[in-house]
Write a protein that binds this ligand. Structure first.
Ligand SMILES: CCCCCCCCCCCC(=O)SCCNC(=O)CCNC(=O)[C@H](O)C(C)(C)COP(=O)(O)OP(=O)(O)OC[C@H]1O[C@@H](n2cnc3c(N)ncnc32)[C@H](O)[C@@H]1OP(=O)(O)O
Length: 133
């Protein structure tokens, strides 16, 4: 059993002082957010840390599910980093469903740079979990 978020989600809570403060919109089958990384988010100079690229993709997929009333946890995730993501520019992250079988959900996500190039892609499996409120 997992408790509902107490509002301190690192990725999406507006209350988390060190969080990413992501806000999501939903259009058809796509869940979308934008994010501009700061210097505090970099690994290599000027480049968003890969772990945070994965966080953005993971959260977008989780929010696709959450928006539809599905409480699920990431059980497996594969990320392909195709291009460095520069800090200081707004990037777009999109997620969508690939399939569902019982408790198992398969989703994909991508991170798009200004100009339209895809810098990272992910596929993930989520498992529905029980919430106790
Ligand atoms: C306010 C806004 C908030 C917004 C939303 C909240 C914020 C979201 C945050 C982003 C999302 C995250 O990062 S979540 C955090 C990162 N993830 C985690 O910490 C998860 C850690 N793992 C776990 O707790 C667990 O392994 C679970 C819950 C994922 C699954 O455990 P379980 O429920 O006991 O299920 P289990 O018996 O292991 O598996 C059930 C069935 O699924 C199969 N199965 C298990 N894993 C896989 C897999 N990767 N691929 C295929 N199949 C799998 C098993 O073989 C089994 O098949 P069969 O025997 O039935 O045939």
């Amino acid at each position: 059993m997992f408790r509902r978020s107490d509002g301190m989600c690192f990725a999406c809570s507006p209350r988390n002082p060190i969080g990413l403060h992501l806000e999501f919109s939903h259009e058809g089958d796509i869940c979308r957010t934008t994010f501009t990384a700061g210097n505090e988010h970099q690994g290599w100079d000027g480049v968003l840390h890969g772990g945070l690229v994965t966080t953005l993709l993971d959260e977008a997929m989780a929010q696709w599910l959450w928006h539809r009333g599905v409480a699920a946890m990431t059980a497996e995730m594969l990320t392909r980093f195709s291009l460095p993501v520069p800090v200081g520019v707004p990037v777009t992250v999109e997620a969508w469903k690939e399939g569902c079988r019982g408790r198992l959900w398969e989703l994909s996500a991508r991170l798009i740079l200004p100009g339209g190039k895809v810098a990272a892609r992910a596929t993930a499996k989520f498992l529905t979990v029980k919430e106790n409120g």
